[in-house]
Design a protein around this ligand. Structure first.
Ligand code: SF4
Length: 973
């Protein structure tokens, strides 16, 4: 039986590999080719060979390649045609042609969907990646049928014809003389004889692989069975003699042995295997990244960083990590996400300048300020002068004093804006420097309508950032930023300008969406050189390397193994159906990398955060990684008891934090304010939202209704919830109008008209046009779906009134108050009249049992009668009845029609369109009548009398502070 060599995973893999190579080939290594999962081990091997005094020098080094580097060589040798490896953009463009042909063939779901170049790109990219995965696994995809309703319509249509798309894609690549890395791998794997013939020229070692793709497995198996390659694992040595006792993460190696019918043999050349049974592990529980970093800093103090790795599973944390590390010889090996760089911020500002502009030369002031404040722009130094910083500050002041939109090129600095000693030459050079920035970052993007144009405009920005006069350049001070800029200029921009679809015309929103997706995928590779010193790396970069001292940061479950991003084309559950590895496989690979790294270490510190994460819209609680849980569990079993945080190996990090005293804001009600209030109560009608505003926070009410302060006019990137609410109300109003007065089963109505009208109104709205393309798509699709669900849940009813305005006067003390409300809908149902209000936001439901709490309502009546304002009672009312709106609508209806409504409810349009009613079935007719005709006017009188009697407006902070526009003037903030 043929063998696979196993190196104990507690030993140094690369040092042991060196011994194996010398034993097998002596120092004649020139024909040796070592294949690795990644490039880094080869550098270490070269270092080991160089430092080995027993290896004579000079020496021909063995060749070392990653598998991804070797396959294109093989492909070229087997098929000498000069094939072009095409970019993702080209592949997406080609897939558009294929999908459009299928659309025009009139078959399947695709024929019913619009296939427009403009909107296909995001799907094209995902589809190209999926097909590439099939190539890499050497699989031919099958169609996935009947997925309508399970995935998005376009995804269902593409998956339904996946086999045909794949077939056409392959044909088209062949016809054009194009290839992809996956297709190369597939080609090589399917030509075993040529593969063996080529491989026989070398002594091949397949070193340190774990989980293989389908094509890797086929290639390696062919070579190994033909005795053309030797395979070396770095794994738990138990797989040799006691596979049942082997660490669970080595499962993939056992499967591999079984698949090939191979026998594992443990080498006795292992270099420095660990003698202790396990590493010394410390768990450090912080509450955020910075608390972990402070502990790291402490643990690193006094060490020289030799033979030490700081592993950062989330590469976006690189910058804070670098700031906390002691000033040592540091080497970074990882792919840093371009999307976390300052350069990305600048590109994003440039795109947003166009997205928020009102046409050429009409730029939104806030984005212009963002541009002027960008550090790259501030450090620009026109030849022979000083950095632009000072003139940019003056320009910013002028912008803040001006209008909402402006043409930045029209700004002319005043005499006082210049330094006293500035001469004309200085002024001209500085102004020209500023104009050069504005032309490159604003004007050059105004007429861009193709990817090539976008690439050229970005190149213009790079030209401005890189001065001709290298002496004045500051980039050498910022190596990471410089590397990002280099990557943008040398990799990203050429891909944009040199693809087959580069000159096709697209709308700006699609172009920006493509660019953003593109940048989000880019990683700027950092390769540490030399190999000495403290190594900072990602978990992938640590593969096959060994360090005695290991620090793993931010070991939370969302980073280790990491969560899987949602794929709208092929959601996770469908991957298995197509025979592709799913998250369980990825988790196993991640676990193996983690445990292998630990196996070779003497001491390990694992840092993680435990508590609120708060990152992103859905930010939730961070939990330590499942791998950490497993290690702790092992430790607990050994110790025979549970380990509490702060005891044994689990250290908790805490900082003494003094609470910030919460002071209420109090605004004294002067005579002027009281007069203004009385004036308002006399002259204007009072809406439920005015009363609710006072109920929530009297200070907010004061700013909103008694001062001329208006909320700051800002572009809301996530859309405009108020405007969206208006659209939904209008659309529902018009849709239901024809059914007014008739008993109708609304659930049976076709939602198409409702949905189409919603889409039409939405796409016409200004806020929608300012949203990014993908958010617009999401909003439109989710809105349509919610309207469909809403209609389905409506049931049978008679709509009596729609958008009914009611004005009624009611006496409060000496005042005759005009109340006003607009009832979205009034239905006649089996139980009586029901008043409905559509809600696209949250629903402030009254506390259970409020309507039967007679004592409370008696207190409210007393509160109205008494001389002074009762603040506690106001807070209590706000807690029990957070909104007066629905009770007030019911009361107004009663005043206008003399009929007491049976119920009133909010219809939530955020999810299913279900109703939340003011009264439950348990509330009798008497209770409802008391609530509407007695308690509601009591609450109204109490709130208004409190407003009039209170000597101060006192803030009552709550969750609504988060979106209160007056927080800036309030001590709560
Ligand atoms: S921030 Fe909160 S407490 Fe302050 S005014 Fe606004 S709602 Fe009131």
């Amino acid at each position: 039986m043929q063998q696979v060599t196993v190196i104990d995973w507690s030993a140094d893999f690369v040092a042991t590999l060196k011994r194996l190579l010398l034993e097998a080939h002596g120092t004649e290594l020139r024909d040796v080719l070592i294949l690795y999962p990644h490039q880094r081990p080869q550098r270490h091997l070269q270092e080991f060979l160089a430092q080995d005094p027993e290896v004579p020098k000079p020496l021909f080094l063995p060749e070392g390649l990653s598998i991804n580097e070797w396959i294109p060589h093989l492909r070229q040798e087997m098929d000498p045609r000069p094939l072009r490896t095409v970019s993702l953009l080209d592949r997406a463009g080609m897939l558009f042609d294929i999908v459009q042909d299928l659309h025009q063939s009139g078959e399947g779901l695709l024929s019913r969907l619009p296939v427009e170049r403009e909107h296909f790109y995001p799907w094209g990219v995902r589809l190209a990646e999926l097909l590439e995965e099939f190539f890499r696994h050497g699989r031919t995809p099958a169609n996935l049928l009947h997925l309508s309703g399970e995935v998005q319509p376009m995804a269902a249509a593409l998956l339904e014809q996946l086999a045909a798309i794949h077939e056409q894609y392959e044909k088209m690549l062949e016809a054009k003389g194009w290839t992809t890395p996956g297709r190369d791998a597939c080609f090589v794997a399917s030509h075993p004889e040529e593969l063996v013939a080529i491989a026989k020229e070398k002594q091949i070692w397949i070193a340190g692989f774990y989980a293989l793709t389908g094509t890797e497995n086929a290639i390696f198996e062919t070579l190994w069975k033909a005795d053309a390659a030797r395979v070396v694992f770095h794994t738990d040595p138990a797989i040799v003699d006691e596979p049942d006792r082997a660490h669970w993460t080595c499962k993939e190696h056992l499967r591999w042995l079984k698949r090939w019918g191979a026998k594992a043999e443990l080498t006795d050349l292992a270099v420095s295997p660990r003698t202790a049974p396990r590493p010394d592990i410390q768990f450090i529980e912080g509450f955020d990244l910075h608390s972990q970093l402070r502990e790291l800093e402490k643990n690193m103090a006094g060490t020289d960083g030799h033979d030490t790795a700081v592993v950062v599973p989330d590469t976006s944390s690189l910058m804070p990590v670098l700031h906390h590390l002691p000033d040592k010889d540091i080497n970074i090996s990882m792919g840093y996400p371009l999307s976390h760089s300052n350069l990305h911020r600048l590109v994003d500002i440039i795109l947003r300048l166009q997205e928020t502009s009102q046409g050429p030369g009409r730029y939104y002031w806030r984005e212009l300020i963002n541009l002027l404040r960008h550090p790259y722009i501030k450090m620009l130094t026109p030849k022979g002068t000083v950095p632009l910083r000072a003139i940019l500050r003056e320009f910013e002041k002028a912008i803040r004093r001006g209008g909402k939109y402006l043409n930045p090129l029209e700004w002319v600095p005043q005499t006082e804006n210049w330094p006293d000693d500035a001469d004309d030459a200085f002024k001209t050079a500085q102004l020209e420097g500023l104009h050069e920035v504005l032309r490159a970052c604003c004007t050059a993007f105004e007429s861009v309508n193709s990817l090539a144009g976008l690439g050229d405009a970005l190149l213009g920005v790079a030209d401005v950032l890189l001065p001709e006069d290298e002496g004045s350049s500051q980039w050498h001070k910022f190596p990471i930023d410089a590397e990002c800029l280099f990557r943008l200029v040398k990799e990203s921009i050429p891909t944009l300008t040199d693809s087959q679809i580069s000159h096709d015309t697209y709308s700006p929103s699609v172009l920006y969406s493509i660019l953003r997706q593109f940048i989000n995928r880019e990683r700027v590779p950092f390769e540490a050189e030399p190999l000495s010193g403290l190594q900072i790396m990602g978990i992938l970069e640590s593969r096959l390397l060994r360090f005695s001292h290991v620090h793993i940061l931010d070991a939370t479950d969302d980073k280790l193994p990491g969560s899987t991003a949602y794929d709208p084309l092929l959601p996770e559950p469908l991957r298995r159906e197509l025979g592709l590895p799913d998250h369980r496989h990825r988790s196993l690979v991640s676990a193996h990398n983690f445990h292998r790294l630990l196996a070779g270490a003497q001491d390990v510190c694992i840092y993680y955060r435990n508590g609120e994460d708060g990152a992103g819209a859905l930010g939730g609680k961070s939990v330590r990684s499942r791998f950490v849980e497993e290690l702790l569990w092992e430790e607990e079993k050994r110790e025979g008891h549970l380990i509490e945080p702060g005891t044994g190996p689990v250290k908790t990090v805490s900082f003494p934090i003094r609470g910030i005293p919460l002071r209420e804001t109090e605004i004294e009600k002067t005579g002027t304010i009281q007069n203004r209030l009385l004036d308002m109560l006399h002259k204007r009608s009072l809406s439920p939202s005015l009363l609710d505003s006072y109920l929530r926070c009297p200070v907010m009410f004061f700013y909103k209704y008694l001062t001329p302060l208006k909320p700051l006019d800002e572009v809301n990137e996530a859309g405009d919830p108020a405007e969206l609410g208006t659209i939904v109300h209008d659309v529902l109003h018009h849709f239901f109008l024809p059914y007014r007065g008739e008993l109708t089963n609304l659930s049976t109505l076709d939602p198409a008209d409702l949905q189409d009208e919603f889409t039409r109104r939405l796409t016409d709205s200004k806020f929608f046009k300012q949203m990014p393309w993908d958010m617009r798509e999401g909003l439109n699709l989710s809105g349509r779906e919610r309207l469909r669900r809403f209609l389905k849940n409506q049931g049978t009813t008679t709509i009596l009134k729609l958008e009914e305005k009611i004005d009624q006067k009611t006496p409060i003390g000496d005042l005759n108050i005009l109340l006003q409300g607009t009832l979205d809908r009034v239905d006649e149902r089996a139980g009586g009249i029901t008043i409905l209000d559509y809600k696209t936001g949250g629903m402030p439901m009254p506390k259970r049992g409020i309507w039967t709490d007679i004592d409370f309502w008696d207190d409210i009546a007393r509160g109205y009668e008494q001389e002074t304002a009762d603040d506690e009672l106001l807070v209590m009312l706000a807690e029990k009845l957070p909104s007066l709106q629905l009770p007030l609508y019911a009361y107004l209806y009663y005043l206008e029609n003399g009929v007491v409504p049976a119920n009133a409810g909010w219809v939530e349009l955020r999810t299913e369109g279900m109703e939340s009613e003011l009264f439950s079935d348990a509330d009798s007719e008497e209770i409802r009548e008391d609530a509407i005709c007695e308690y509601t006017p009591r609450a109204l009188r109490f709130v208004l009398s409190h407003m009039l009697k209170t000597p101060v407006f006192t803030s009552t902070p709550g969750h609504y502070c988060d979106w209160c526009p007056y927080g800036f003037a309030c001590q709560k903030q």
